[in-house]
Design a binder for this molecule. Structure first.
Ligand SMILES: C[S@@+](CC[C@H](N)C(=O)[O-])C[C@H]1O[C@@H](n2cnc3c(N)ncnc32)[C@H](O)[C@@H]1O
Length: 264
């Protein structure tokens, strides 16, 4: 069972504007806090392509790939809307789980994969394959769903149901559940006399990675296969592969932990 991410990225593209691109660029620099100018940059599971575009704008030479044809179409459309050349930004269909496909890539200065490897169905293999693409002294940036114990198991079922429902109904399911949990969160913080803790991030939504709330709701409720890991487990695993964690943006909730690793 697999969620068709690409349709959602095509929808998202219709809402993109310069403010969202700028937000994505700021956020990229927050986690990949190294100089990108002239560096080779692979974006695994590029989705809409907005973060690849941010890397191009920072001066990197980018190769993006995604498993979903519609993600590839969305990223190519963004590249053409932004008048970026194929030399600076290559985009194609590819699978991070296919070692045969990955053989075509030279090892790269930066390998970036945000919110992807946990959706492949074989997360640890996907992490290993992504790590293998990093050159010595290069960097691996990954964002992986936080392991929340029983809550993560609950979300697995919620997503499983989304993907079992007929198309069209599943979007209604996502919007309905999304609004319900947002309402519960606002209620919780209003009772704690801190409503802005819940309302603030909603008002400021596009400032975070330049995303769009409705597309993110569908992405969250639909995103399947779904795996997760703690920062500790990821750090331990990547240390055994010769990487050192040099930057992290963590969450104690249901989102992703973002990590930057340096290959020593
Ligand atoms: C949640 S989206 C994240 C998109 C983008 N990285 C971002 O941060 O906006 C996950 C993306 O991973 C892609 N994906 C899933 N499995 C993949 C695989 N095995 N190889 C490459 N891409 C994959 C999906 O098609 C989807 O576009």
């Amino acid at each position: 069972m697999r969620f068709g991410f690409g349709d959602n990225w095509i929808d998202y593209l219709a809402t993109i504007d310069e403010a969202k691109i700028e937000a994505s660029r700021r956020r990229l620099k927050q986690i990949v806090n190294i100089e990108l100018k002239g560096k080779s940059f692979i974006d695994i599971g590029c989705g809409s392509g907005v973060h690849s575009l941010s890397a191009v704008k920072e001066g990197a030479i980018v190769s993006s790939f995604d498993f979903d044809e519609n993600s590839v179409l969305a990223a190519k459309k963004l590249r053409s809307l932004q008048n970026v050349s194929n030399e600076l930004w290559q985009i194609e269909k590819g699978d991070v789980l296919s070692k045969e496909y990955l053989e075509k890539y030279k090892k790269s200065d930066i390998v970036y994969s945000w919110g992807v490897l946990h959706h492949t169905g074989h997360m640890w293999q996907a992490i290993e394959n992504a790590a293998d693409l990093v050159i010595k002294n290069g960097y691996l940036c990954i964002a992986i769903y936080n392991d929340q114990g029983w809550k993560s198991k609950f979300w697995w079922y919620v997503k499983y149901i989304y993907n079992s429902l007929p198309q069209k109904i599943n979007k209604i399911y996502a919007y309905f559940l999304g609004m319900f949990f947002i309402f519960l969160n606002i209620l919780k913080y209003t009772l704690l006399l801190k409503p802005m803790v819940a309302i603030g991030p909603l008002l400021n939504y596009k400032a975070d990675r330049g995303m769009n709330i409705l597309n993110d709701l569908v992405d969250w409720y639909g995103g399947f296969p779904f795996e997760y890991a703690s920062i500790d487990d990821l750090e331990k695993y990547l240390r055994s592969k010769g990487f050192e964690m040099v930057n992290v943006i963590s969450t104690n909730s249901l989102g992703c932990n973002e990590m930057l690793f340096h290959k020593i």
